[in-house]
Design a protein around this ligand. Structure first.
Ligand SMILES: CC(C)(COP(=O)(O)OP(=O)(O)OC[C@H]1O[C@@H](n2cnc3c(N)ncnc32)[C@H](O)[C@@H]1OP(=O)(O)O)[C@@H](O)C(=O)NCCC(=O)NCCS
Length: 152
């Protein structure tokens, strides 16, 4: 199967946060951000594999700063590692205050997606081609996460 570079599947998704994403005080729910991360991460995995992919695991996620209604949230998702049938994606989340222009780093999260066929059977994914030092560093870190990731 032909390999793909990190750049071939990188996804950047942005949207402004709405009152339905938040509590009564205008603070955006962590779950709204998590859903957005899952969507952007899934898009990168599917772009890499050009196959259906399901979320198998979501790693720890810490919210470093609050996000408010009206902020523009951007999720940048890139493939960090490919196994035989799985793809790890890193999602970087940033929030921009439209009025002040201040951008804050909200969170970083790693997710594992697994490619499946139309019958739901897991199938092999294209290998990741590493082209930069950063690609190699992310791959090495992903290998360490994979080794310590729990499986039921
Ligand atoms: C994810 C799922 C397809 C894995 O099925 P499975 O039969 O255990 O998968 P396999 O044993 O064939 O393993 C395939 C790959 O998935 C990886 N994998 C499976 N479960 C995993 C998990 N919980 N965490 C991380 N990786 C996982 C395996 O390590 C393997 O990777 P590799 O090929 O790169 O070595 C299955 O558990 C499933 O359908 N889960 C529900 C997915 C879903 O619907 N998610 C949306 C939220 S409900």
């Amino acid at each position: 199967m032909e390999g793909k570079t990190v750049e071939q599947s990188r996804v950047v998704m942005a949207r402004s946060m709405q009152p339905t994403d938040a509590n009564g005080y205008g603070n955006v729910h962590g779950g709204a951000i998590m859903r957005f991360v899952d969507e952007a991460g899934g898009a990168a995995a599917i772009r890499h594999a050009r196959m259906r992919c399901v979320t198998a695991a979501v790693d720890h996620m810490s919210f470093r700063a609050p996000v408010h209604v009206g902020d523009l949230v951007t999720v940048t998702a890139c493939v960090t590692y490919t196994g035989h049938k799985s793809i790890e994606v890193e999602c970087q989340v940033h929030a921009e205050n439209f009025i002040t222009g201040v951008v804050t780093h909200t969170a970083t999260c790693h997710l594992v997606f697994v490619a499946i066929d139309e019958d739901g059977h897991t199938i092999p994914v294209p290998p990741l081609i590493l082209t930069t030092d950063e690609d190699h560093e992310r791959w090495a870190a992903a290998e360490r996460r994979r080794a310590s990731r729990p499986r039921d």
